[in-house]
Structures are given as C-alpha cells and as structure tokens.
Design a protein around this ligand. Sequence first.
Ligand SMILES: [Cu+2]
Length: 257
Amino acid sequence: MTAWMLRTGQGPAHPISGTRPGMAVPEGVGEARGRKVCRVPGVLGGVAALLALACGVGVAHGAEGAASGAAGAHGASTPGTQAQAPRQGGGGDPSRTDDVAAAGGSSWRRAAGVFSPPGSFVPSDALTYDTRLVPAGARIEVTQLAGPSATRVGVRLRGLVPRRAYGMHVHTSPCGADPVAAGPHYQHRPAATADPDNEVWLDFRTDEAGDGRAEALHDWGFREGGARSVIIHDRQGGAGERVACFTVPFGPPGPVE
Ligand SMILES: [Cu+2]
C-alpha cells in the first residue's frame, strides 16, 4: 500500500501548519527560516499555497519519516488548496512516499523512493539495474509542479557514486525488472526531435557525498498517463545504459483529478 500524504519532512515546522484558515500563506517562508530557497519560475509562480507546499515539503529527502504524515495532512488544508486522498501507487512498495496537492489551476506532486535491485525481498518502485553506479539504499525524490502553461520537474538523489556524471530522462512507462520496460523517452511532440526541448532531460553530476540534483522547465505539460518513470543512465545526453528506474505518476497540467 502506498500512502499519499502531505508530510512535514525534517527540519522546521511545515510553513502551512501554522497558518490559520483565511490567512494567505506568506511567500518566502522557507527563506525566512534560513533554509535553501525553493525557486519557482515566474511562469509557475502566483500560486502562493502551492509555492509554500513546494518549498516546505519538497526539501525533504528520501522516504524517511513516512509515518509522520498523518498529522500533517490536516494542517495542510489551506484555503484553495486540496490535499489528495490516498491513492494506490505501484507495487506495494513500503519504502515509497507520494504527495499530491492542488491549488487554482496548478498541481504539485512528489514521489520518493529507495533503490533496490529487481526481485529484492522488499519490493520497490525504485529499481537499480547496476548497483555499482546506483547502490541499493540510494534515494530518489521527484517533484512535479504543473501550472496551466508550464511544468517543472525536479529530482534529488542521495547515495550515488561521488563526483560522477549521470544522465536522466522522463520515460513513458512504469519500471520493470527488465530495464526496457520503462519504454522510450517521453516526447512532447511524438516522433519528433530527441532533445531537451522536446523531452525531459535531467542530467546531473554528484557532489563529493554522492548527492545530485537536477531540474527541467518546459512550457508544455505531460499528456495524461503518458509519462510514468524516470531512468538514470550511465552517461549524459540522449542515450546510455539504463542503470536505475523510478516509477513516477507524472500528471497533466491543471488541478489534480
Ligand atoms: Cu532515458
């Protein structure tokens, strides 16, 4: 069973949990508390509640603390924002957490998981096909902010090989034991150019601790059900061996259905 929940994550209290009904969520809360600021491009800005959600929740890493979400779910019912009811994710992965929220014409989603090889005793939606490059226990977090006319996808990874370049894209199908199960790259214009404008490329380089992050912004949104995973590759660019996969239910523009 996958839990869909809004949770506080680590660190300071959730910025929304202290907000009374009728109060607008102040922008820049994360900044005021000295945390890393969550930057939302202007084209996606203007939805204060979502911005606060993206800043306040999105900074959490990995799937730790999944049990802390129940209490936070109520605190997040900001006016104009709706937390989504629990929804079945993929495969009954106990290490997985998913969040989803909507405000106005925008939606925000987050999925986090812990990598393990296919066929592991504990099933996972985050599969590593090469444990030298993506060790078992490495973590991934994917966020999607979908506005009416733009989509931002962000990824954070922990526990990979330090100071190494990895390639990454959004793919069309859920992950499977076979790396090819995730299908080809998602393309905005099908059968068109394979480049970062028509596809979602999330190439990144890890730091000395083996952590990495990437972000992609497009002025288009995903087709419903058309984008279902991210694949990590052994090299950057448009191709490369598939070394890991995480099933992510990317959504179309607009409010969460
Ligand atoms: Cu790919």
